[in-house]
Write a protein that binds this ligand. Structure first.
Ligand code: AHR
Length: 510
């Protein structure tokens, strides 16, 4: 592991133990876990862009070419593989030409989706693509289908990717950027069944075909075109798109939020045990949703030409008291961290079809990695899971059979397993296992038979805290953070782990 942390005394948490057994098939890996499933999403919403990522060069907040330096450094640690922008719902009202050229000349607009805030367009295409370059991240641009024209989208593609002497390449040069950027991922609309135009799938399928026709490949840049997909259980949308668009799209998106009741989402920090377990059951419901969309895609596209792109996911709670309801600023506890780890454990199983996922959102919005307030910044428990799990990026997925106790939580979802896990072998040959004990009271004695590998020891990190509602604040930014884990031993081919209640562990097996 890359970091050394002070060791934790786990004895108190281990008084009651349940048993979990697993078999790791280290000799059976074949599928690569695409790093893009660890993707992020940045929308012009609340203080995600302005104040969160971008403060401008003249700001008193330390910045690098206008980007917050503290946020940049934190994101570099995560190895963000792909960043989706500018929305979300915002994307279908965004006119990219308003966001280029001298900042003083850029027109203002009202952000109708998100609190009616005035958007001054000071963060536009150049600022976004330069940010991606600084982070070493693949950009994913979501084009405006709902209120934009085909011409507008076609010119946007030309502006960012054409190297030649074309009108849009000349405009880009006037704006100080000589060479084109490389942009792979291009979204043709967002939530076109809702905020992106309230279309029926049959109509949108034709609209997609029309818009995507004019998204050209310039000068060696090859666009990976993504159609706006379904939300949750709308299997008909996927069916109609697969039938009517088929191989004209490279990817089809899907959105799934961990929300139990859209009219009463609940507090991010104040919840009881029952709500906690129901949240995890709803989170795990994503597996069935993925399976069903994949089954439909398989029936039309057995060779898996079209990828499933889960380009919005995560928890969605009530906004923090006293904040703008349209800005979706929420706190983030150990519960959110567990939602993230369980979700990745599921994603890893479906990467034959699932090629990208983007948590909503990167800074200050929904289940974010980072919270900022003026000069202050804190990393969330979810951030720590993304950092601990980044060892699985582009690694080979290793099957892990798990026998663990379950809990009946909600009739709408299956029983909730008390321990979840996933494993992979990275490109240097190192095997990593991540484990989550969701049980609020009981520690788990986990016994893993290592098949097809020899190992002597396992070292790693643990993320846990005294209370499941613990979270980081600007005044106490280290309440929930990973520390070194010393509860794993290997004897013969059996790895034994003492996994405390409500904890997440990532181990490197050596
Ligand atoms: O992530 C917040 C919003 O949720 C996005 O703008 C939209 O696509 C979805 O409904």
């Amino acid at each position: 592991m890359r970091r050394l942390f002070t060791s934790i005394l786990l004895v108190g948490a281990l008084t009651v133990s349940a048993q979990t057994t697993m078999t790791l098939h280290a000799d059976q890996g074949k599928q690569i876990i695409p790093k893009e499933i660890y993707g992020q999403f940045a929308e012009h919403l609340g203080s995600c862009i302005y104040g969160g990522l971008w403060v401008g060069e003249g700001s008193s907040i330390p910045n690098t070419q206008g980007y917050r330096t503290d946020v940049l450094n934190a994101l570099k640690e995560l190895k963000v593989p792909v960043l989706r922008w500018p929305g979300g719902c915002f994307a279908d009202e965004y006119h990219w030409m308003d966001g280029i050229g001298p900042k003083a000349d850029r027109p203002k607009m009202v952000n109708n989706n998100w609190g009616g805030t005035i958007e001054d367009n000071s963060f536009g295409t150049n600022e976004f693509l330069n940010l991606c370059e600084l982070l070493g991240t693949e950009p994913y641009i979501s084009g405006n289908v709902g209120s934009g024209t085909v011409e507008e989208m076609a010119k946007w593609v030309e502006y960012v990717t054409s190297e030649g002497d074309s009108p849009m390449a000349r405009l880009r040069r006037q704006n100080g950027r000589d060479h084109a950027w490389k942009v792979k991922y291009w979204g043709v609309g967002n939530e076109s069944w809702g905020c992106g135009g309230n279309m029926r799938p049959e109509y949108y399928a034709d609209v997609y075909r029309r818009y995507s026709t004019y998204c050209r490949n310039y000068d060696g840049n090859r666009l990976f075109k993504i159609a706006s997909g379904a939300s949750d259980y709308d299997y008909n949308w996927t069916r109609v798109l697969m039938e009517n668009v088929g191989n004209r799209m490279d990817g089809l998106s899907l959105h799934y939020y961990t929300v139990m009741d859209w009219n009463a989402k609940g507090s991010a920090t104040q919840f009881n045990d029952e709500i906690y377990y129901k949240t995890l059951a709803k989170c795990r419901g994503i597996e069935d949703v993925i399976k069903r969309h994949v089954a439909i895609m398989d029936s039309f596209d057995p060779n898996k030409h079209v990828a499933l792109m889960l380009d919005e996911w995560g928890t969605w709670w009530d906004v923090e008291p006293g904040t703008n309801p349209g800005h979706l600023f929420q706190q983030n506890t150990l519960r959110d961290a567990i939602v993230a780890s369980l979700t990745f454990d599921i994603f890893h199983k479906y990467t034959e079809r699932l090629k990208m996922a983007n948590i909503a959102q990167v800074v200050n919005v929904l289940q974010s990695m980072i919270l900022t307030n003026d000069k202050k910044m804190t990393l969330t428990p979810t951030y720590h899971v993304f950092r601990m799990y980044n060892v699985h990026q582009d690694a080979t997925y290793l099957p892990l059979d798990i026998q663990t106790a379950t809990k009946e939580v909600s009739p709408s979802f299956g029983p909730l397993p008390m321990v979840s896990g996933t494993a992979s072998r990275d490109q240097q040959g190192k095997v990593h296992i991540s484990l989550t004990n969701v049980d609020l009271q009981n520690a788990q004695e986990v016994s893993i038979t290592l098949q097809g590998m020899n190992a002597k020891k396992a070292v790693g990190e643990i993320l846990t805290s005294g209370n499941i509602s613990d979270h980081n604040t600007f005044d106490a930014p280290n309440q929930v953070k990973p520390i070194a884990f010393n509860g794993a031993t290997i004897s013969g081919n059996v790895l034994k782990i003492k996994l405390p209640a409500k904890s997440i562990v990532t181990l490197e097996i050596q």
